[in-house]
Design a protein around this ligand. Sequence first.
Ligand SMILES: NC(=O)c1ccc[n+]([C@@H]2O[C@H](COP(=O)([O-])OP(=O)(O)OC[C@H]3O[C@@H](n4cnc5c(N)ncnc54)[C@H](OP(=O)(O)O)[C@@H]3O)[C@@H](O)[C@H]2O)c1
Length: 329
Amino acid sequence: MTYLPAQDRYQKLDYVRCGRTGLKLPPISLGLWHNFGGVDVPAVGREMILHAFDEGITHFDLANNYGPPPGSAEEFFGGLMARELKPWRDEMIISTKAGYHMWDGPYGEWGSRKYLLSSLDQSLGRMGLDYVDIFYSHRPDPDTPLEETMGALATAVQQGKALYVGVSNYSVEQTREAAAILRELKTPCLIHQPRYNMFDRWVEPELLPLLEEEGIGCIPFCPLAQGLLTGKYLKDIPEDSRAAKSHGFLKEDRVGEYLPKIKQLNEVAQARGQSLAQMAIQWVLRLPAITTALIGASKVSQIDDCLGALKASPLSEDELARIETILSA
Ligand SMILES: NC(=O)c1ccc[n+]([C@@H]2O[C@H](COP(=O)([O-])OP(=O)(O)OC[C@H]3O[C@@H](n4cnc5c(N)ncnc54)[C@H](OP(=O)(O)O)[C@@H]3O)[C@@H](O)[C@H]2O)c1
């Protein structure tokens, strides 16, 4: 059967302006780091992407190395675009990145012009796209001049292969410099993609104020701390969870380390009548500097649960204080 998206999909979410740019993003975006690779079940990945789009999630985040194996998430996404989503390309924001190891030799990772532009061509090939909406430098390169890395991003835009550019995992100082260089190159930085969740708050003191000042949007990754900030690990480590998978980046010892806090946070969420995942997403979105929460999912029901965060009552001062007490203990 031919896929037809829900007619009312754009009535379901309030889209958020990305910094002071012209682009609006959904308040929740879907990332394809895990669960969309060659080792995963394609029918489940298909269902999640099509359902997310039906629910108004217009932004899908990829990177050259997502899989495993590296490249397979882009291949999978490209297949879905070709078979089902192509008519809706103009209604979608698709991002990819280059920075981590992708191929052997001196040109297969980090931030040289050679690597970034070759990688973008490969990504476009795997996804069968003429352009991506956002192209990121996935991590700062300590050995390549920032002018070269930012220059490569600007070239991608000039070549028509990317509409906007962003940086990910850049420190405060690196972000400040990158933004200045990109401004000079007339390719302003659209967005920063840092890790941010209740257990990792490095962005709060300086990065978020800088992004607001610069008019750059913010799309925090791992808002659920890879699943720790959900109810799934309260009793044990479920067999189908990320922590149980050998190729996953979440290791079992981290579950044990955070469990006492997870339990207390879950009590706050329960008292609010919502899931811990919903509360964790609301918590990330509480700050005006945050444009959209970049979640991952392994099943459709998780996407629906996360979307429930957008309908819940705001976190009260008391609830925020309680969360603060738990996190700082
Ligand atoms: N720029 C970077 O360096 C970087 C790094 C990491 C990630 N990212 C991006 O951020 C995206 C999200 O990262 P992430 O997957 O780690 O995000 P996350 O949202 O913190 O964790 C997602 C995981 O949480 C679990 N989950 C999600 N919703 C749930 C719910 N409602 N109830 C119970 N469990 C739920 C699922 O785990 P199970 O699989 O166990 O079911 C899911 O795979 C990635 O896909 C990628 O696009 C970027």
